[in-house]
Design a protein around this ligand. Structure first.
Ligand code: SF4
Ligand code: SF4
Ligand code: SF4
Length: 571
């Protein structure tokens, strides 16, 4: 342990700690902008400059290591003046649209500028005239709000995508794609991890909220919403509730108050995905199909395979994602059953994710989901409608798509798809099999592995979240180092609970709380409390098969619930 003093307070920290880490243990907050726990630590923004004995001049606390007997001062006039000037320089080339910026009130630059009493016009910058990049249907980039902190670059690099990086020198340095390509032309897979990393409003989702409001107001349209499993575990954060609060009942009540709409549970098609996927896995094992089989419910992962690893396309499950299964189910089964013209049914999915916005635009999905809105957009709609979220009653989803199994709910956390599929596959292979918990595939470890034996069949599985970790798994498989039968990949680290469309919390929370575990626990608690643990036990799913698809992997199921992929080689 190293003993030092932070603002005269003694503290002992493990050797190798930075001053920033030591300060946290001494309950002292040092401001940061380019630093983000688990994502970025480059010491470039100069916000965390502090005075430290033994150092020449101010040092960046996020990268400077502690030493025995060191005395650190974090709040001297020299530190404050330095931070104020850094902020004023950033403001000189920042489009100051705080009145209408959706990050206003939740912007790290705004918060620090107020705290350090900055004059936003102290330095006169050049006029900001760059075009906003609206090329992609999921992410919007406004270069004139960017402060070049590089957090998005680090997030994208960690995803092993590298669609964006710094371009140019000095005052002209900016973040962009190779050859100044638009985001849509680049290798971006739409995961949105850059958005949640951004401390300001330079990156945001491409919103479709206005289209949804228009559909709600259109008397010719019947509007139905469905919500992804992870949204109930995060929406409360947008209304100041503690991280990990499950707000399922209030979420349903709030959506119902947006207009004359019905509210369905996407966990139902998560259950449906599991039945289709588990049966596809069993068929591949028994019939000698392409192995290992990879999950396909994450559209950013699918795009990653199509662009970077097209050789693995035969390994992808042919199942659509739960979002697209729901779109297909509503525009066929539901419309036929209720005599609704599919053209008049407006389907809105509420998702944790920007990649699912892109997925709606894939031509093979036939526009079955009309609009996909993120958790953040739903929160904005609830606020616009003047709904006091915290005081809402708990309400239930609408029939016929209300009751799901716990297996469908845990889809929102890394390992959830694998666990739900193992439950069903084990039961299908061995009717006596009673185990429903597979703890080996739970938790937020980047890569998890396990081997199970059921009815004489050995199944070797791997789970990875974050595309950088997926790349590791692919390398191990392709080199022959590892052999698996079934692999779950979710593009976002921790799975959908940490998706690019989830609420953006202040750095003070992101750098200190384990958001992924807290949010995932809300889903696992819901699973434990559900009397139905197996996706195949869901009465809704049973009715859907009885009335429409007959059996998993039937011809009709393939027409509506399955899809295909194609290689998309990019620079
Ligand atoms: S959306 Fe994902 S892949 Fe695209 S630039 Fe952002 S981090 Fe990179
Ligand atoms: S877009 Fe956001 S995260 Fe990326 S460099 Fe600019 S300010 Fe930082
Ligand atoms: S992990 Fe979930 S939130 Fe992230 S891109 Fe995939 S589907 Fe979307």
């Amino acid at each position: 342990m190293i003993n030092l003093k932070i603002n005269h307070i003694p503290v002992s920290v493990p050797e190798g700690s930075t001053i920033l880490e030591a300060a946290r243990l001494a309950h002292v907050e040092i401001p940061t902008l380019c630093y983000l726990k688990d994502v970025s630590c480059v010491g470039s923004c100069r916000m965390c400059l502090v005075e430290a004995t033994g150092a020449r001049g101010l040092v960046a606390a996020c990268v400077y290591p502690v030493s025995e007997g060191m005395e650190v001062l974090t709040n001297t006039e020299k530190c404050r003046k330095s931070r104020q000037m850094s902020l004023e320089l950033m403001l000189s080339k920042h489009k100051k649209e705080c009145l209408a910026c959706e990050r206003a009130g939740n912007c790290e630059l705004q918060r620090l500028s107020i705290e350090y009493n900055c004059d936003p016009n102290y330095f006169e910058g050049e006029p900001l005239t760059h075009e906003i990049d609206y090329s992609a249907p999921y992410v919007v980039r406004d270069r004139d709000k960017c402060i070049n902190c590089n957090r998005c670059v680090a997030a994208c690099k960690k995803q092993s995508v590298g669609a964006i990086g710094p371009i140019g020198r000095g005052y002209n340095v900016h973040i962009g794609s190779a050859f100044e390509m638009s985001l849509m032309e680049s290798v971006c897979v739409g995961c949105g991890q850059c958005i949640v990393a951004c401390p300001v409003g330079a990156l945001k989702e491409r919103t479709t909220v206005d289209e949804v409001w228009s559909a709600i107001a259109d008397p010719e349209k019947k509007v139905v919403f469905f919500t992804a499993p992870s949204v109930r575990a995060t929406l409360g954060e947008a209304f100041g509730m503690p991280v990990g609060t499950n707000v399922e009942g209030k979420m349903v009540a709030a959506i119902r108050r947006l207009g004359d709409v019905e509210v369905f549970n996407m966990d139902i098609t998560a259950d449906l995905t599991i039945l289709e996927e588990a049966n596809e896995l069993i068929a591949r094992i028994k019939e000698g199909g392409t192995m290992p089989m990879f999950t396909s419910c994450c559209p950013a992962w699918v795009k990653f395979v199509e662009q970077k690893h097209p050789e693995l396309i035969p390994n992808l499950s042919t199942c659509k994602s739960p979002q697209e299964m729901f779109g297909g189910l509503l525009k066929t089964y539901y419309c036929e059953k209720n005599g609704i013209d599919p053209e008049k049914l407006y389907v809105v999915s509420v998702i944790p994710c920007t990649a699912k916005k892109y997925e709606c635009h894939r031509p093979e999905m036939n526009g079955e989901v009309d609009a996909a809105i993120t958790t953040r957009e739903l929160a904005r709609m609830i606020k616009t409608a003047g709904i006091t979220f915290a005081s809402l009653p708990e309400e239930k989803f609408d029939d016929p798509f209300a009751t799901c199994s716990g297996g469908g709910t845990i889809f929102g956390a890394t390992g959830g798809v694998m666990e739900a599929a193992l439950r069903v596959a084990a039961k299908t292979l061995d009717g006596e099999f009673e185990v429903v918990d597979f703890p080996e595939v739970r938790g937020t470890a980047p890569i998890k592995e396990a081997t199970y034996s059921v009815a004489g069949i050995t199944v070797r599985v791997a789970v990875a979240s974050g595309l950088g970790n997926a790349e590791e798994v692919i390398r191990a498989i392709e080199s022959g180092e590892k052999q698996y039968d079934f692999v779950e990949i979710m593009a976002c680290p921790g799975g959908c609970v940490n998706g690019g469309g989830q609420p953006t919390l202040p750095d003070s929370m992101r750098n200190t709380l384990d958001l992924r575990s807290l949010r995932a626990e809300a889903l696992y608690t819901s699973d434990r409390e559900n009397a139905l643990r197996l996706s195949s036990d869901s009465p809704v799913v049973r009715t859907i098969y009885e009335e429409y698809f007959e059996a998993p992997n039937s011809h009709k199921a393939h027409e509506v619930l399955h899809t295909s992929y194609k290689a998309d080689k990019r620079i």
